[in-house]
Design a protein around this ligand. Structure first.
Ligand code: NAD
Length: 438
């Protein structure tokens, strides 16, 4: 429900005072998430833009346009062949006239090579410039509800680029902007956009409410069978949701020392191996560090971090996560940026990033590990904040609004897709390009 502060800021008085107003974001709403609309591909043509063009032209509602004045739903700028800083002028020469044609809720996707693949210092500088450009233009496009993201491609990336580009073109990425997303080489078979998770089994912790409930719903909509885990006190909400989704409830406090063993034994009894494991359960116990009790510190680290490590270790050891499975961890923007009163929470959420990035470097039978760092998302966790910091938290991003649990859920479902193998060790911020943060 809107507070008096948000009503005031959204009123004529707020507009008169120059408070930036948010554009309504178009979200998937249960329909196919496939991108529809007009696309213009520019930059310096390479095998990457050729591949994307080939793939997108097979989609039913996509039209490629050149020149002319047609409004554009998406622009793809291929910067992978930019070899020197003088070629950066292409950004101005091409995008300066094109961006005004980008529709409300439009998409700008830039492609670059990773810095590690640059052949000389000039090429490295040109590649890095694209990230500065993307982050800045995202701040300019945000007031139209449009997004700009940069896909940073490893040498030899081919098919694994396609699903990533499609996701950033689609409505499913409505609250993700200003991001640099590394895409790795991987052998992938492109999944169907309708129910890409068909036949998969997912365990979601903290599924009774908020972001976890949205993740459970979205994974189910996309074809997965969901096991929802939550604390015994959340039984009523969890059981009701699992009945609605035809999933299975698992009541357990993951901070129990033997929680990993209990989950593992339960899976064995049910004859289930997981394809997708989403570590969403998390708590805040905010206090300035000098006032923080030991219990507030340890409980936060136990639930947000150590339980995750224990559960993964146990399930990996017993091979209860399938080959090419997907593990998704819920970090937080406050873990990346730090937050007063959240030394415990930020330590746990930053630790998840380090843990995820290390796990991605190890050979785990094709299982990928990715993290999502939500910014300000409308849930009971953020509803508990005082009105003014809550309003500031909502608006301090390029899209001038809070995200919804569904925005995070869409990102989780994307990482969970079989063809998202090119993403491993990524940290994706679902934050509308929060102004605070690393
Ligand atoms: P929430 O408090 O609304 O829901 C968290 C769920 O986790 C609850 O259902 C709760 O019962 C469950 N849970 C807590 N402790 C548990 C335990 N010991 N064992 C099993 N389940 C447990 O929170 P939310 O806002 O939906 O956040 C979900 C995740 O996203 C958390 O990890 C949170 O840190 C992260 N996150 C949220 C935001 C936001 O703006 N809401 C921002 C950044 C990160």
């Amino acid at each position: 429900m809107a507070s008096w502060v948000s009503t005031l800021l959204d009123s004529a008085i707020g507009r008169w005072c120059g408070v930036p107003q948010a554009a309504a974001l178009l979200r998937p709403a249960g329909e196919s998430q496939c991108f529809k609309g007009t696309v213009l591909v520019c930059g310096k043509a390479s095998e990457h833009s050729v591949l994307l063009r080939q793939h997108l032209s097979c989609l039913p509602d996509v039209a490629f346009v050149e020149g002319a004045d047609t409004p554009l739903q998406a622009i793809i700028f291929d910067g992978t062949e930019l070899q020197s800083t003088t070629e950066l002028d292409l950004l101005w020469q091409q995008l300066h006239n094109l961006l005004p044609r980008l529709d409300i809720n439009g998409r700008l996707i830039l492609l670059a090579r990773t810095l590690a693949d640059a052949s000389n210092a000039d090429a490295a500088a040109a590649s890095a410039a694209l990230s500065g450009f993307t982050r800045s233009i995202a701040k300019e496009l945000g007031r139209f509800g449009s997004t700009a993201n940069l896909l940073s491609l490893d040498y030899g990336v081919q098919q694994s680029l396609v699903p990533v580009a499609e996701f950033f073109l689609s409505k499913a990425s409505a609250y993700i902007t200003g991001q640099v997303v590394p895409v790795r080489r991987a052998r992938v078979k492109i999944s169907e956009w309708q129910k890409p998770l068909q036949g998969k089994t997912a365990l979601v912790t903290g599924a009774a409410r908020g972001i976890g409930a949205a993740i459970a719903k979205t994974l189910t909509e996309q074809g997965a069978t969901v096991i929802g885990l939550d604390i015994p006190q959340a039984e009523h909400a969890l059981v009701a949701l699992m009945q609605q989704l035809e999933g299975k409830p698992l009541l357990l406090d993951i901070s129990q020392a033997n929680s990993a063993e209990i989950i593992s034994d339960w899976l064995t009894q049910q004859g289930i191996k997981l394809d997708i494991l989403v570590h969403n359960a998390g708590i805040t116990r905010d206090k300035l560090f000098h006032r923080m009790t030991e219990a507030q510190w340890t409980q936060t680290l136990e639930i947000n971090l150590r339980a995750v490590q224990r559960i993964n270790a146990f399930l990996l050891e017993r091979q209860q996560i399938q080959q090419n499975g997907r593990v998704v961890l819920l970090s937080s923007m406050n873990g990346l940026a730090g937050q007063k009163g959240q030394t415990n929470y930020a330590s746990s959420k930053a630790a998840l990033v380090g843990y995820c990035q290390f796990m991605a470097t190890q050979d785990h039978r094709g299982i990928t590990f990715n993290a999502i760092a939500p910014g300000f998302i409308e849930t009971q966790m953020t509803a508990a904040m005082p009105a003014i910091p809550r309003e500031v938290g909502r608006r301090l991003n390029s899209l001038h609004q809070a995200g919804l649990p569904e925005d995070v859920a869409q990102a989780v479902a994307f990482f969970a897709r079989p063809d998202a193998a090119g993403l491993n060790g990524s940290v994706l911020r679902v934050c509308g390009q929060c102004f605070i943060g690393a």
